[in-house]
Structures are given as structure tokens and as C-alpha cells.
Write a protein that binds this ligand. Structure first.
Ligand code: FES
Length: 364
């Protein structure tokens, strides 16, 4: 039995009765203190997964739910929820004496982590030998059961055909064919909660955004993204994808880890009305933040302007245009030429310090 010197006073029962769960610093321990049915519990505040603050989560019965990715630990024993009992966070004995709540910090149980197989996407990013590889990402949305002609898809087809004629391998990804969840804002909880691979990808095996991650981070040397213009912006599927790519950029913010090295991006933008430069500007800015490099003249585009509402004619112009098809092919060539140079020189850093953009832990 430990002597009284090991018991640390963390507050009065009255003070600690206001919340079912809270985070408390006791000496040099960060604790998650819970209260349910008149019984206090004390476990480490640090989640086994990637360090989420358990004391800022919520109670689900006798379990604390981590606020970052919802792992659960028993609020008194620290043991993981049924099926995950090998995961434990340190738990501490609590007693109430003379209206004060005391925690025995000297007799905490040990932390234990079960072995989770690393996600395949988390493997080292390495350039594979062989021909250059071009991924096309089509972002237009349509009814899959009743497909229609898409000008941006059509020009992307031309771009990939040109890549094959230049000896490259190609892969087409149509976002419309993928089932993937919208970004759920893990970054908004804490920068470190937005993980690589994406938290959703790690938790949900049915989520198909992994195909985009695999292509962009591991497989492709050049990426060509096509989008229609929707109310002056890229398509909704483009933005759905872009938000899910936050984890790629965030690897730099939280770990200085550059996932995109020696890779090139180009863009195809097709609209009924204008705003091409604004759409291109957004895409260029975002892909630059991911780490992509651009060739001279990194996008091609088509629009007939605000006064042309005859969309069926606009479609026919794109379908029949030799100039646009050639433009798509030349964009591909510029992307491949630059990718070849970048790979040969291999000067892109694998790690980069982002001054002023490190993830800062909130001081308790
Ligand atoms: S579930 Fe706790 S940090 Fe991910």
C-alpha cells in the first residue's frame, strides 16, 4: 500500500463534479478525470493512437471516446473497448478524503499497445523504375447510370492517349466512380489529428479515396486533373478530393515530411462560361502546397464566355476541336518532359522545415 506522499490532491469533489470528463495536470502527469454515478476515474490523457487528448473527449457509458478518431478506453481501468483489450492507457487509483479527490500517481498501470499492421499507403515513397507514369484525375460529376459527354473528360482522354504515345504508362481515375467520404475536419480538431494516411482511410476500408492517394503519392510521376467550371469554381468533386488531400500537405506541417517529390501537375479546365484564370489559380495554388511542380503553361482551358448559353453547341465545339485535343497532348508532353528532368536530377527535399507552420500543442 503506497503512503500518503504518493497521493496527489487534484481538487475538491465539488469543483470536480461539474463535468463528466475533464483534462487535468497533476504534477507532471496529464490526466483524463471522469465522474460517473459518483465514482471518479483517472487515466492518462494521452490516447494510444496518435496522442489525442482523452480528457477532451466524451463518455460513452464507462468508456472515454477519444475526440480525435474515436478510440475508446475504460475510464477507470484504461483498457480498450471490447475487441481491443490489448490497448491500454495508464490508469491510476482515485480516492476521496475529506471532500478532496486524490490520485495515486506512483501506482499507474502500464501503457500497452497492440500491434496494428501499418496501412499500405504509409510505406516509404520511392520512385519506381520503368516508364514514366501519368495519372488522369477526372473530377466532373454525372449520373453514372446515364452518362453524358463531358468536355473535360474528353480532353483528359486525349491527354492520356498522348502520354501512351510518348511511351508512358497511364491510369485514369474518375472521382465520379469512387465512393469516398467528405473530409470530416480532423485537422480542425488538431493539426496532429489529420494523419497520413488520412484518418478516414485508416478507419474505413470501404472508402475509395485510397486510389487517389496511391496514384498521387506513390504511383504517378505526372498528374493531369480535369475539371468543369461550376459557378466560377472547379467542380464539387474536385473540392471534395482537395479537402481529403489536406493530409498530404499536413505531413509537411506536422512532421516536415514531403510526400510529393519530383512530381508534376497540369490541368484541363472546361466551362460554359468564364472564370478560367480563377479556377486555374485555385488549382495551381493548392497543388503547389502539396509539393507538385508545374511545367511552363501548366493548364489548357476552353470557355466561350458569359453570353453563350447554347451549351449544346459548346459541347460540340469541344468534341470537334482539333486544337483543344492537340493542346491536351502538348500539355502532357510538357508535364512528362519536366517529370523526366526532375527525376533525373532528384533534388527535391524529402523533408522541409515550414517556419511558423508547425503544429503547436495547446499549453495546459
Ligand atoms: S483515436 Fe485517439 S488519437 Fe486517434
Amino acid at each position: 500500500m503506497a503512503g500518503d506522499e504518493n497521493w496527489v490532491d487534484i481538487g475538491s469533489t465539488e469543483e470536480l463534479s461539474g463535468l463528466p470528463l475533464r483534462r487535468i495536470k497533476a504534477v507532471n502527469h496529464e490526466l483524463a478525470i471522469s465522474l460517473k454515478d459518483g465514482q471518479f476515474g483517472a487515466v492518462s490523457n494521452t490516447c494510444n493512437h496518435v496522442g489525442g487528448p482523452l480528457g477532451e473527449g466524451r463518455l460513452d457509458g464507462e468508456y472515454i471516446v477519444c475526440p480525435w478518431h474515436n478510440w475508446k478506453f475504460h475510464r477507470c481501468s484504461g483498457v480498450g473497448e471490447p475487441g481491443f483489450e490489448q490497448d491500454r492507457v495508464p490508469a491510476y487509483t482515485v480516492k476521496v478524503k475529506n471532500g478532496r479527490v486524490l490520485v495515486n500517481l506512483a501506482a499507474g498501470s502500464k501503457r500497452a499497445k497492440s500491434q496494428h499492421a501499418p496501412h499500405p499507403l504509409s510505406r516509404k515513397v520511392e520512385h519506381a523504375a520503368g516508364p514514366l507514369r501519368v495519372a488522369g484525375i477526372a473530377t466532373t460529376a454525372m449520373d453514372a447510370a446515364n452518362p453524358r459527354f463531358s468536355g473535360s473528360d474528353h480532353l483528359l482522354d486525349h491527354a492520356l492517349k498522348a502520354a501512351r504515345e510518348l511511351g508512358a504508362e497511364t491510369r485514369m481515375i474518375k472521382l465520379n466512380d469512387l465512393n469516398f467520404r467528405a473530409c470530416e475536419g480532423y485537422y480542425s480538431k488538431a493539426a496532429r489529428a489529420c494523419t497520413w494516411p488520412c484518418s478516414i482511410t485508416q478507419m474505413d476500408a470501404t472508402d475509395e479515396m485510397d486510389q487517389v492517394y496511391e496514384a498521387l503519392v506513390h504511383w504517378a510521376d505526372a498528374v493531369i486533373v480535369s475539371s468543369p467550371i461550376r459557378w466560377g469554381a472547379a467542380s464539387s468533386l474536385y473540392f471534395k478530393m482537395a479537402e481529403r488531400l489536406n493530409c498530404v500537405q499536413n505531413a509537411v506541417t506536422i512532421r516536415n515530411q514531403v510526400l510529393i517529390r519530383n512530381k508534376v501537375a497540369g490541368f484541363i479546365i472546361v466551362g460554359g462560361q468564364d472564370n478560367i484564370q480563377a479556377v486555374a489559380g485555385q488549382m495551381l495554388g493548392f497543388f503547389a502546397e502539396l509539393g507538385f511542380i508545374f511545367p511552363q503553361f501548366p493548364y489548357i482551358a476552353h470557355s466561350r464566355g458569359w453570353s453563350h448559353e447554347d451549351m449544346e453547341r459548346n459541347v460540340e465545339i469541344v468534341r470537334a476541336s482539333r486544337e483543344l485535343a492537340e493542346g491536351a497532348a502538348m500539355l502532357t508532353k510538357r508535364c512528362l518532359d519536366l517529370a523526366g528532368h526532375l527525376i533525373t536530377r532528384d533534388q527535391a527535399p524529402a523533408s522541409i522545415e515550414r517556419g511558423g507552420r508547425k503544429a503547436h500543442a495547446i499549453q495546459a
